[in-house]
Design a protein around this ligand. Structure first.
Ligand code: PBG
Length: 322
């Protein structure tokens, strides 16, 4: 059907008709908002590289959680900053750990809010790497054991879902077994399946106080040029029992999102990471871009590429504006 029979512009003439044929829509029901919890009371420390985001003590976090839920955002993902770090990240699986305490209190006050926890050791180790170090390298199998303990302690505290972000081999299967053997067969795993070694995590590392003290994370996170490898990682995580797969970062990795959606058809999440947030926020603060319009376009792009869920520091802004 060629011109003049076909005229694409007919369906673009008014907002009413554009809305009728629109293929993708944002819904605050698909958003997950990250939080950084710290020990103490009345702590509300703004993260300088991520304007509008804070390290919050549990009392302050609870207030924010209520607001988040009232805005129609169904889920949060929690990151903890412990008061003590050690080589094994022991505070990460302590019953009295910061995330475990935050979940318990949140579940008392607002059980409806869906609580996802990030499972990783980097915030808890004194060297800032995502696992136990043996001979200068992150020791995969020893780390997996610690991650299982951490995931289990989150589930015991009442977490609705766990999300391992460490990129150790075999951790999804080990966590699945650990949860199942302890009565948590109903707790889903959202795996950071294709997580790249990205410079876009820079601001997060300030927020979570988790920058590696030596070296970098390229020995465990993926090499950004690789797409086929990402498909293998996703396939493995699904085989090991992942319920939701995640691609991270999001904005410049939509080819990965699209391919993973087409190949596997699984529920898929993207993590719109700290550096992506900061780029947009900073440009908006300089009044060089229209934040709301750009944000809508960026987040819609995630959905168009195949994302079902979007983890984003913009969740509240979007929920307010939609
Ligand atoms: C690891 C973790 C990181 C992020 C989420 N989980 C940091 C890293 O891998 O260095 C990054 C999130 C962001 O940049 O917003 N616990």
């Amino acid at each position: 059907m060629a011109f003049p029979v076909h005229r694409g512009r007919r369906l673009r003439r008014t907002e009413a008709v554009r809305a009728m044929v629109r293929e993708t829509e944002l819904n605050s029901r698909d958003f997950i908002l990250p939080f950084f919890v710290v020990h103490g009371r009345k702590v509300r420390r703004e993260i300088s590289s991520m304007p509008g985001n804070y390290q919050l003590s549990i009392d302050e976090f609870l207030k924010e959680a209520v607001e988040t839920y009232q805005l129609g955002i169904p889920a949060v993902i929690l990151f903890g900053i412990p008061d003590q770090k050690d080589p094994l990240g022991s505070a990460g699986h302590s019953e009295k750990g910061i995330v475990q305490q935050a979940i318990r209190q949140l579940k008392k006050e607002l059980p409806e809010l869906y609580v996802i926890t990030d499972v990783c050791l980097c915030e808890y180790t004194d060297h800032g790497h995502c696992g136990k170090i043996t001979d200068g390298e992150v020791d995969n199998d020893a780390t997996v054991e610690l991650l299982v303990k951490q995931a289990l302690s989150h589930a015991q505290a009442g977490a609705d879902m766990v999300a391992p972000s460490d990129m150790m081999d075999g951790r999804v299967g080990a966590i699945r077994t650990g949860l199942d053997e302890n009565g948590f067969s109903q707790v889903p795993i959202m795996s950071y399946a294709a997580k790249y070694a990205s410079a876009f995590y820079g601001p997060f590392r300030e927020a979570a106080e988790s920058a590696p003290a030596f070296g970098d994370r390229r020995g465990y996170q993926m090499d950004p040029p690789n797409l086929r490898e990402a498909m293998r990682e996703v396939a493995l995580d699904i085989e090991e029992g992942a319920d939701i797969i995640m691609v991270k970062p999001a904005m410049f990795y939509l080819d990965i999102v699209y391919r993973a959606k087409v190949e596997f058809g699984m529920p898929l999440a993207v993590y719109n990471v700290s550096g992506e947030f900061t780029m947009i926020k900073s440009a908006a603060q300089l009044e060089r871009i229209d934040e709301k319009a750009i944000l809508t376009e960026v987040l819609t792009g995630f959905k168009r590429a195949g994302a079902d869920l979007i983890i984003t520091y913009f969740a509240k802004d979007v929920a307010r504006g939609l």
